[in-house]
Ligand binder design. Structure first.
Ligand SMILES: [Zn+2]
Length: 274
């Protein structure tokens, strides 16, 4: 009796843990998304803050960081699994080569990429005739996708599922390059997300890259920046090994992307919710 119960509880734990684990390979880990949301929250103007707070309450939440990873967990919620499947391709965009030039019909057919996802959900968030429930969902997607598009491997140019299929050795263990960039490099600071956000905020205002003329789509620019980082020399580590030198060089890059994402998300929400 006892053994059977134990077996059942192990099965239950596995059922809970395995999908959560599977979903962590889709995005900045939870820590990265929380940091982006927290940095944005601190830079919202009072009107945007009030509207974000109101929409979060519709959703039974009171914290922007708490909802930032929601789109990664939809597939684990039976009633949201279809939405999770439909929005799966909206977490990333694939570029074709090192030039990282975004060509919408080719790279984002039917709006099914992170750039299309941002266009779609920013429009819903802006629409005061849309229901509060739809706008609350749109807010959660926008917060999440601004984070994703700044994770370099969500807009890479290789045929390896954003580095998920590129195995590396890190700290004596096997992993893949996507997970290293999602969270494992960030963990080397040994900070909880609040303290990490404090640390990044203490660096002061982030200097955003200039808008590229004539590109009038900011989301495409953010994706192209990510692609350029992936296409840079040494991004794919020699010998599939992440050593201290790799972290020393690339962790600041990841942190700059988090700061840029936070600032841009704040600017976007300030503009959209005015
Ligand atoms: Zn994602």
């Amino acid at each position: 009796m006892k053994a059977a119960l134990k077996r059942r509880s192990i099965a239950l734990v596995l059922a809970l843990v395995v999908p959560a684990f599977a979903s962590t390979v889709q995005a900045w880990g939870d820590i990265g998304h929380r940091i982006v949301a927290e940095l944005a929250w601190r830079q919202l103007d009072p009107a945007a803050k009030a509207e974000v707070t109101r929409l979060l309450r519709v959703d039974g939440s009171d914290s922007l960081p708490d909802i930032a990873s929601w789109p990664d967990h939809l597939r684990d919620m039976p009633e949201k699994a279809a939405l999770g499947k439909a929005t799966g391709p909206l977490h990333y965009v694939n570029f074709r080569d090192d030039r990282c030039r975004y060509v919408p019909p080719r790279d984002c057919a039917d709006g099914r990429c992170v750039i299309g996802g941002l266009e779609k959900y920013v429009a819903v968030l802006r629409d005061r005739h849309a229901s509060d429930a739809d706008r609350a969902d749109a807010l959660k997607f926008v917060v999440h996708f601004v984070g994703d598009v700044h994770q370099p491997l969500h807009a890479g140019n290789r045929d390896d599922k954003g580095g998920n299929e590129y195995q590396v050795q890190f700290d004596g263990k096997g992993t893949n390059l996507h997970r290293v960039w999602d969270s494992q490099m960030l963990y080397t600071r040994d900070l909880k997300w609040q303290a990490y956000a404090d640390r990044l905020a203490a660096e002061g205002k982030v200097k955003l890259p200039r808008p590229i003329a004539p590109l009038d789509n900011p989301y495409a620019q953010w994706a192209e920046e990510s692609c350029k980082i992936v296409a840079g020399r040494g991004f794919y580590p020699d010998g599939h090994r992440i050593d201290d030198a790799y972290v020393a060089k690339n962790l600041p890059v990841a942190e700059t992307r988090l700061r840029e994402a936070g600032k841009r998300l704040a600017d976007l929400l300030n503009k959209t919710l005015d």
